[in-house]
Ligand binder design. Sequence first.
Ligand code: SF4
Length: 299
Amino acid sequence: MTWVERNRVQIEKIRSYVLGFQNTRPPVFEWFQGGREPLFPLTPESDRGTALLLCYCALYQNIRPEKLIRVLAYLWKEYDVDFFRLNKLPFEDLQSRMRRLTDLEDWVLHPKVPGILRSVCDFFFKHGRLAPWIQAQGDGETSVGILCDEIFMMGKTSAFKSKPRYFLWLLTQLPGAEPAGFWSERTMLPITPGHLRFLREFGPLKNRRHSPWVTPEEKLSYCNRFFRMLAPENPWTVYAPLDAYLKSNGFSKAPQFPMVATTGKNAQADTERKWLCRDILGGCLQCALAPDCPGREEL
Ligand code: SF4
C-alpha cells in the first residue's frame, strides 16, 4: 500500500486543518491599502500594487520582510509614482539614495538593489499589466521561466526559483484572482521550512531517516506532489497553512525564505501565542491535528 492509501484518515484531518486558513491573507498585504499598516496608497490587486509586489519578491532575499518593506516605502516617498520609471531615471540618483540607508550594509543584495529595481521596471515596460500578462501565459512554469530570464537576480541559476514562485502564489491570493487560469498542472509552489516541518510530522517524511530526494529539483517536486495530493484542484491553498505550522510568531534574526511577518505592535501578543498556526486557527482546540501535534498547547 502507498503512503496515501495507508493514511486516508490523516489526509482528511490535514485537509480540515488547511480549510481553517481559507480567510487568511499574505502578511505583505497588510502594508497595502486595506491592510493593518498601509505604507503605500495602493491596493495589492491594483496594477501598481501588483507591480510593487513583484519588486518586493525580486528583493526578498536574506532580509526581514518588515525591513524590506521599509526600503520600498522609502523609495516610494522619494519617487512617488515615478518609482515605476526607475529604469528611465538617472541611475546615480538611485544609487546615492540607496547609499543613504546605512543600516542595510550587511544585506547581501544592498549594492544590487538599484540594478534589480531597474530590471523589474524594464519588465513592466515590456509586458505591461502583470496579472493579465500572467493569465495570458496560461502556465505558471512558463511565467516563472520568463521572470527568471528577464529580471536580474530573480533566480535564473537557482534550482528552487523561490522568488518568482512566491510572486505567483501572491497573485493567487489577490481579491478577484482566478488562479485556475494560470496555475497549470506543472506549476510548483516554493518550499519553506514550515512545509518541511509539516511533512516530517504529518506527511510521508515521518520516521524516515533519509530524505527521498537527492537534488534540489527532486526536493521541490517531492513537496509539490504532496501539496497537489492534498488539494488537486487548488494546490496554492496549501502554501500558507503548511508554512505556518509551528512557525514562530516573532521575527527571526536569521530569516529564511519566505518568512511571514507580524507587525511590531502585535509582537508581544504574538510571541505569547507562540505559533502562527495556533494564532490563525484561534487556538489548538480548533485544530484537527491537535491530538497528534507535538506543538499543541497544554489544555
Ligand atoms: S500548534 Fe496547535 S494549531 Fe498548530 S498544528 Fe499544532 S495543534 Fe494545530
